[in-house]
Write a protein that binds this ligand. Structure first.
Ligand code: ADP
Ligand code: MG
Length: 457
């Protein structure tokens, strides 16, 4: 039958046997070396973060964090106790970014962010006075590729995910934010510019010295890790006294001929805001997972009678089916797949499906989500391989801290990721590797790095 052919074909094209994943991991490790070798040496940019010391737990004082990622941004305030007392108190607020600001002008976007930040500060400090006369210090998590020359400045290389604000490309995003804050009359100094992967690394390292990498699986995907300063040939200038440097990989732009790219992925890429770019991200992150499944369901509907006579408007709308919907259907454990029935009806206007059809939809979700998780695990194996921590050289405990909505909320994804990583490393080496969820690493990580870079230390 036509529908079974579509599914069988998908299964075959999305297959990720261990041999393929090992090739992907090896390619990732090679690209990492090439990116460190020289500027432009790889599609994986391996950007210097200028974070050469990570928080230790001894930081003290009041710090702010601002996290701009994909759909929301978060502002937060932490009081650090110092001497391993860690975080004494924290307050945070999440604000949705109005979609029109994602493709407007730089000053509109930063103006909006600064005004929300000013409101948060005003609400938080109502009744209290900042008596010490110090400027407030902020760590800014900005999760787009930025080329840095110092820890508190950086020019935007390009937008990714759903953002596309032409006049911000090539500008220093810290200067943009600082100007917008001044206009709001907000007395705050940006002490560090990082991204969510670096933030996750810092946030997790604050509590656990063995953390070697921070990885995001959210709207997009990225990874950061601690590299030996003398293993970065492209570095010009003096090496930091710590002997270390956090590398912002920007691995979303990774590509290898081993990646299982299907007709659905190709069409998605062609019609995207950034064709030909961020191929690994398009295969492994939350923004695209639902969209890939939508494309498969559309083909299924056009090539077979499986959904009956339906109006295709919703099913043809790009990004209408979102990853949280896929997750809900995939985790449906009711005997007659009630959730799947509801989602198909509510979101895609596909009503009156048979149980067989609903099972097929779940299978499609499973095929696509497993591919995402297994390719994600191959990326992690690539980092461990580069560090010699895949069991080949260094047998110390190594922790990978992961954050992002996909990892946090999609348990079949996170379980499959861990199982696959163990499969790739083997039983013996897996004992030394810990994958853990770093809750809100990115927001707090920025505040922690601001603290370790503070001008008042
Ligand atoms: P960002 O990457 O924008 O900083 P998050 O890390 O919070 O944001 O991740 C948000 C992404 O996580 C969403 O775009 C979505 O793809 C995914 N996500 C959110 N909730 C769920 C869910 N319940 N199941 C699966 N994926 C989810
Ligand atoms: Mg985020």
């Amino acid at each position: 039958m036509a529908e079974q052919q579509v599914v069988a074909d998908l299964r075959e094209k999305c297959a990720t046997p261990p041999s393929l994943l090992r090739d992907v991991a090896a390619a990732m490790a090679d690209e990492m070396c090439a990116g460190l070798e020289m500027e432009g040496g790889s599609r994986v940019k391996m950007l210097l973060s200028y974070v050469d010391k990570l928080p230790t737990g001894r930081e003290e004082g009041l710090f702010y964090g601002l996290d701009l990622g994909g759909t929301n941004f978060r502002v937060l305030k932490v009081q650090l106790g110092g001497n391993d007392k860690h975080v004494i108190s924290r307050e945070s607020r999440e604000v949705a970014i109005p979609p029109h600001l994602m493709s407007g002008s730089s000053s509109e976007l930063f103006g909006f962010i600064a005004s929300e930040l000013a409101k948060f500060v005003a609400d938080e400090e109502k009744g209290t006075s900042l008596s010490n006369g110090k400027t407030r210090e902020l760590g800014f998590t900005f999760s787009f590729p930025v080329r840095q020359r110092s820890v508190a400045s950086g020019t935007l290389v390009k937008w990714t995910k759903a953002f596309s604000i032409e006049d911000a490309v090539g500008k220093d995003v810290v200067a943009e934010l600082q100007t917008a804050m001044q206009k709001q009359g907000l007395d705050m100094h940006v002490a560090a510019l990082i991204n969510d992967a670096v933030g996750t690394l810092a946030g997790a390292r604050y509590y656990d010295e063995d953390v070697v990498a921070g990885v995001i699986f959210g709207t997009g995907t990225n990874a950061a890790y601690v590299e030996k300063a003398n293993a970065i040939p492209k570095w010009e200038g003096e090496l930091p006294s710590s002997g270390q440097m956090v590398i912002n990989m920007e691995w979303g732009n990774f590509y290898s001929c081993h990646l299982p790219v299907t007709e659905y992925d190709q069409a998605l890429d062609n019609e995207s805001l950034n064709p030909g770019e961020q191929i690994y991200e398009k295969l492994t992150s939350g923004m695209y997972l639902g969209e890939i499944v939508r494309r498969v369901l559309l083909k299924l509907s056009l090539q077979s009678a499986i959904f009956g006579e339906i109006d295709h408007t919703k099913l043809k709308t790009h990004f209408h089916l979102r990853t949280p919907h896929i997750s809900a259907m995939h985790h449906d454990d009711t005997p007659d797949l009630k959730t799947v029935e509801e989602k198909l009806k509510e979101i895609l206007e596909i009503a009156g499906t048979s149980l067989e059809t609903r099972k097929m939809v779940v299978e499609i979700c499973d095929i696509v989500a497993r591919r995402v998780a297994r390719l994600a695990a191959a990326g992690l194996a690539g980092i461990l391989k580069k560090l010699g921590r895949d069991g080949s050289v260094d047998k110390r405990r190594s922790v990978i801290a992961i954050d992002g909505g996909l990892f946090e909320h999609y348990s079949k994804f996170s379980k499959c990721l861990e199982t696959t990583l163990n499969e790739l490393l083997g039983e013996e080496s897996s004992k030394f590797i810990v994958v853990k969820h770093a809750d809100d690493g990115s927001g707090i990580g920025a505040a922690l790095i601001a603290a370790s870079q503070s001008q008042y230390r």
